[in-house]
Design a binder for this molecule. Sequence first.
Ligand SMILES: [Zn+2]
Length: 416
Amino acid sequence: MKVTFTIIFTLCLQTAASQEAAAAPAEIRVRVKRARQTLDVAGFGLRIAPPGALTAISLEEPKLTTARITRTKQGQWIVKWPGTEESARFDSPALTVRGQMMRLGIEPVPYDLEVIPNPKAGMDVVARLDLETYLAGVLPSEMPAAWPIEALKAQAVAARSFALRTAFERRNKTFDVDSTIMDQVYKFLHAAQDHPEWKEKIARAVGETRGQTLKDARGRTVKAFYSADCGCQTEDPKFVWGKVDNIQSVKDPTCDQRKTRQWEMTLSKIQVREKLVAAYELPEKTTLRTVQVAGKTPSGRVASVIATLDVEGKAKPFMMSSQEFRKIFSFEKIRSTDFTLKWSGAKMQILGSGVGHAVGLCQTGARALAQTGMKYDEILKLYYPKLKLWVPKNDKPSKRANRRQNNARPRFAEPV
Ligand SMILES: [Zn+2]
């Protein structure tokens, strides 16, 4: 039995490896914008039509045009060209937008976009990008390009792994990754591109780690979370999102060498009540008794918070995770879960340190380690002790991967 198991297990691993090789990513679907009602597009040689109805844009069309796209409740697209009488209606499920130097509002965007209905309301604008091209837009948005190359390389591997796993999880959704802090920040044109030295560093960090990802013991690419500043110890993700077992809490060796970022937030009792009433959709007459830390994680961070409110005359406890608490009172203001909460009179005071959820790679720590001469693979090993750095044997896509790329809709294979 044991032998059989070993053989099957080995076969599984081999299958995982071959699937992985075949999973050379052709593209990633990046949501560059969510528009609630109307979408304003500007560009040179702008063309908007149902998918398949567009030919390539010629560079010889120098005219800058703008268009406004709306989606009716009946599911029709209306495209208007402001300043003209022209407008068009389409019944197609999506629209393709192409042009040169395109912008959505003021934001520069890739030159080939798809506009699709958002399942809730409005529309999503999605760009299909080569994974490595996408990463070159993520890297300087998530870590300053002026930082050491080894820190940038570690960040590139983490961002690539995060994107691939997220894309796999969302394979049946309309896009793979959002271009905001909800996933990873992506910018088509980043300020770093005007700075030759930084531009070159970004290209190096992505290029020298091309295809490299972090994998668990079963060979699966892992959603390699990372955060700005862990304080002194990274967090176990099970206390942030529950049920993640391949990233663990580690002590940050750079902690003593620098000052962790401290922050503070004070809210009046009236403001606290307002936020909670809105979050839990409580009756207007609800009053607040108190808010307190209810539990801590082994790393000393806040795990849960309890709020007691008088709802229709009765005291009612509301237990929330520290992430829910941050969401209610703003992720930007409550910058991490490493905080203390105290009341002084009618004011709630929160004192904290560190920035972000503190899971996985600590960016500030990675920078400090790179400055001491540590290489990117050693940095990754330190923050992700349970994961292995997977390096593709060569950059040439396999024949199977080529076939995959030629498909109308190439997707990622599950790396298991
Ligand atoms: Zn740290």
